[in-house]
Design a protein around this ligand. Structure first.
Ligand SMILES: *Cc1c(COP(=O)(O)O)cnc(C)c1O
Length: 356
């Protein structure tokens, strides 16, 4: 049976990514060796990381003055690395969910943190719009897509300070105005590669401004100066990331991805608003994520939740169980998920409704 993969992360990768990576696991770049068993200092792997960096710059139109890095420790390591390197005394944070809250908590180790807005009062089911950002902060930290709660910022916010963004679950899903950011980071396992690498795009000008000493591995400059090869990088993961980047380019880049993502999300939200058995978790259309679509059984039908999960899995629809802090269901519709998979979910929801 064909599987439709709605997992939130690690999550679906393109067939191209999997096939090309599988080939290189057996024979990498004609070496007769696996990409898992050759030196990262060899010319073959150097070509991989060089091309991956060049493609990130091309796809996201990264301007001069920015560096692209492949780091380890996940997006979670960035929660402390960002303030370590960028926060002198004060930074502003938007609290829009579990991940945003974790980033905010780590920043407190380094100075004063201003929580400019929070949507905690409604279990993070909206994006705050009315807030003021103090002008004396080093940066405003935002989470552009809240993977667990299914909210997303429609566009880059307009604020009087530079921004830092956790884009783990929506990087490459839409064009971004990189100039507005001092730093962008994203764990690879949502929209790029298997887990094991974190993409960082950093403005070099923003670095070197803090007074505290920074341990070598946590200093962005270490990784800039060594081309992300200060120590052994996760070679296999970076190889897979390169395949995804090539696939994005062949599909027409991030603007084409955005168009497809909006179509997929519309299809599912439309059914959620129509189907009497289900209800979308995020009420406002403009706050609804196009990457992680959260929904629950409608009032009175709560007891049927496990039945629907089974009904879906019998049809090859997997990874739909919602995060424990929201409950219900979550359909993650990342770039690599084809529209047919969303259609299969919509069909199952219709069938489930008519069976009641
Ligand atoms: C998954 C996720 C993280 C955590 O990523 P790790 O790589 O597991 O540390 C952080 N932020 C967001 C928005 C995420 O979706």
């Amino acid at each position: 049976m064909k599987k439709h993969n709605f997992y939130a992360g690690p999550s679906i990768l393109s067939e191209f990514t999997k096939e090309e990576t599988a080939k290189a696991v057996m024979n990498f770049a004609g070496t007769g060796l696996s990409v898992m068993e050759v030196s990262h200092r060899g010319k073959e792997f150097q070509a991989v990381i060089d091309e991956a960096i060049a493609l990130v710059k091309e796809l996201l139109e990264v301007p001069e003055g920015y560096e692209v890095l492949f780091l380890q420790g996940g997006a979670s390591m960035q929660f402390c690395m960002v303030p370590f390197n960028l926060m002198n005394k004060k930074a502003a944070y938007m609290n829009t969910g579990v991940w945003a809250g974790k980033a905010l908590k780590e920043a407190k180790f380094f100075g004063e943190v201003v929580e400019v807005a929070s949507s905690k009062d409604a279990n993070f089911n909206y994006i705050p719009k009315q807030y003021e950002v103090p002008t004396d902060v080093d940066y405003l930290h935002i989470t552009t897509n809240n993977t667990i709660f299914g909210t997303q910022m429609e566009s880059d916010p307009v604020v009087p300070v530079r921004m830092v963004a956790d884009m783990s679950s929506d990087i490459f899903s839409r064009p971004i105005d990189i100039k507005k950011y001092d730093l962008i980071y994203a764990g690879a396992q949502k929209n790029l590669a298997p887990s094991g690498v974190t993409l960082v795009i950093v403005k070099t000008d923003a670095l070197g401004k803090v007074e505290r000493p920074i341990p070598t591995m946590l200093d962005y400059n270490t990784h800039i100066n060594s081309g992300s090869m200060y120590n052994t990088p996760p070679c296999l993961t970076i190889y897979a990331a390169l395949q995804t980047l090539k696939w994005y380019k062949s599909q027409g880049g991030v603007a084409a991805m955005q168009k497809k993502n909006i179509e997929k999300a519309k299809l599912l939200y439309k059914e959620l608003d129509r189907n009497s058995m289900f209800e979308a978790v995020v009420p406002l259309a403009e706050d609804r994520s196009v990457m992680n679509i959260c929904f629950v059984m409608s009032e009175g039908n709560e007891a049927l939740q496990d039945d629907f999960l089974k009904f879906a899995s019998d049809r090859g629809l997997v990874g739909l169980k919602g995060h424990r802090s929201v409950g219900g269901f979550r359909a993650s519709t990342y770039n690599a998920l084809p529209k047919e998979s969303v259609q299969a979910l919509v069909d199952a929801m219709k069938e489930f409704e008519s069976n009641q």
